[in-house]
Write a protein that binds this ligand. Structure first.
Ligand SMILES: [Zn+2]
Length: 413
């Protein structure tokens, strides 16, 4: 079954099918590990977890790379404040992130490369760009020359991107030395306590955007089948990655781009720099992990969702009720209980909902409707002779949605 979705960069419908003879190439931009992950991160990674489960459930293989950005200016600033090195802080927060994702039942990526392990590849790529005159030096920095890439991305309009996204986020530094607002820094000078690497341009560190290109191409065939992350990465990060790919390979970085909408709190995007966030751990102190998954996925990936504690709590109550209902299907001694065919028929709607515009809200509604139908049937368990078949159906569904309907949800077999 194919997945139809709205490509957020190209602004057109795309169809993504399991490729023949090779795994699906999925690259999701990972976190910058400088502080605890928040509910906005949960939404992004749960969204791609669902995409992955959709293909795994069909028996397709998924080559999933998700990097760990372990150096960045804000990471250095926080490490300095805490009196630890950037590396110590990065490793600590990486462990915390991995722990949080496990708590949420996210299937770990196949590869989680750290950016700091790919600096030599990044330097190599900058040299190639320089040789092709797609990068220029300004002092001890190197910039990508967006005007030198003729198609300006090809699969989207750079000008439209710029006009739509030119307002910088608070705390995000502009690049005053660049010759053109579309240009971005590839290499910049640095000194301790920032990370420092030797390079043909002197001691320094890479800019942000090139790392994902280098890490993706180390593990996956390019162009990727699907590339994504949170909506805040669309510009400038994914725009820049795509230009880099045109500069290095004359083709897009990915055939498709998918972004998950923001989680907002009080009308603003949940973000560390804005100070309006709930960490995943704080949320999990209040509600259980499946309820958090349900709640943050209960709106279309294309829309934002406002995190309201009251709604999260009522999702938690609803989830426990629903889980009891599905648990109950395998209990009891009814000779004529809930027909397993009826369960199969309702569950068949769920992958179809996902296939059409990754409609997780619709899939969750179908699950709720099934639970309501079971409750209305009023006889609790499945037919005694149908239990084994029922268990299989329930297992399939919990693995597809990552929701432990009967217990722990694993990865689809
Ligand atoms: Zn990235």
């Amino acid at each position: 079954m194919d997945l139809q979705y709205l490509d957020s960069l190209a602004r057109r419908w795309q169809v993504l099918g399991p490729p023949r003879g090779r795994p699906l190439a999925l690259y999701v931009c990972g976190p910058t590990v400088y502080d605890q992950a928040h509910v906005g991160h949960a939404r992004t990674y749960l969204l791609f977890d669902t995409v992955k489960r959709f293909f795994l459930a069909q028996g397709a293989r998924v080559g999933h790379v998700q990097n760990i950005t372990d150096f960045e200016d804000k990471l250095t600033r926080r490490a300095l404040k805490l009196g630890v090195s950037w590396k110590e802080l990065a490793r600590r927060e990486e462990r915390s992130f991995v722990h949080d994702m496990a708590s949420l039942g996210v299937i770990p990526p196949g590869w989680s490369p750290r950016s700091s392990d790919y600096v030599s590849g990044i330097i190599e790529a900058i040299r190639t760009l320089e040789k092709r005159k797609i990068a220029y030096r300004k002092g001890r920095s190197v910039y990508f020359d967006a005007s030198a890439v003729p198609a300006s991305g090809g699969n989207f309009s750079a000008d439209a991107m710029l006009s739509a996204h030119a307002v910088p986020e608070p705390g995000q530094s502009a690049e005053p030395e660049a010759e053109d607002p579309r240009d971005f820094v590839l290499w910049k000078p640095s000194s301790p306590p920032s990370p420092v690497w030797p390079s043909p341009w002197g001691k320094g560190m890479p800019g942000w955007h090139l790392e994902c290109y280098v890490m993706a191409s180390s593990f996956l065939p390019l162009p990727l089948d699907l590339h994504g992350g949170g909506l805040d990465l669309m510009f400038p990060h994914h725009y820049a990655e795509n230009l880099i790919s045109y500069g290095l390979r004359r083709s897009p970085f990915s055939k498709g781009f998918l972004h998950g909408g923001f989680v907002t709190m009080g009308e603003r995007k949940m973000s560390k720099s804005l100070g309006n966030l709930i960490t995943i751990r704080e949320a999990l102190d209040e509600i259980c992990a499946p309820a958090l998954r349900w709640y943050v996925l209960s709106k279309s990936y294309r829309d934002g969702i406002e995190y309201l504690e009251m709604d999260a709590r009522s999702t938690d109550a609803m989830w426990h009720d629903l889980q009891r209902t599905f648990h109950g299907l395998l209990d009891g001694t009814e000779a004529e209980g809930y027909p397993v065919e009826r369960l199969e028929r309702s569950f068949a709607k769920i992958p179809r909902a996902l296939a059409l515009d990754l409609d997780i809200p619709q899939a969750l509604s179908a699950l709720q409707a099934t639970a309501a139908d079971i409750q209305a049937f009023g006889r609790g368990g499945l037919d005694a002779g149908d239990r084994a078949r029922g268990r299989k159906v329930l297992l399939r569904m919990q693995d597809l949605l990552g929701l432990p309907l009967m217990g722990h949800a694993g990865a689809p077999a």
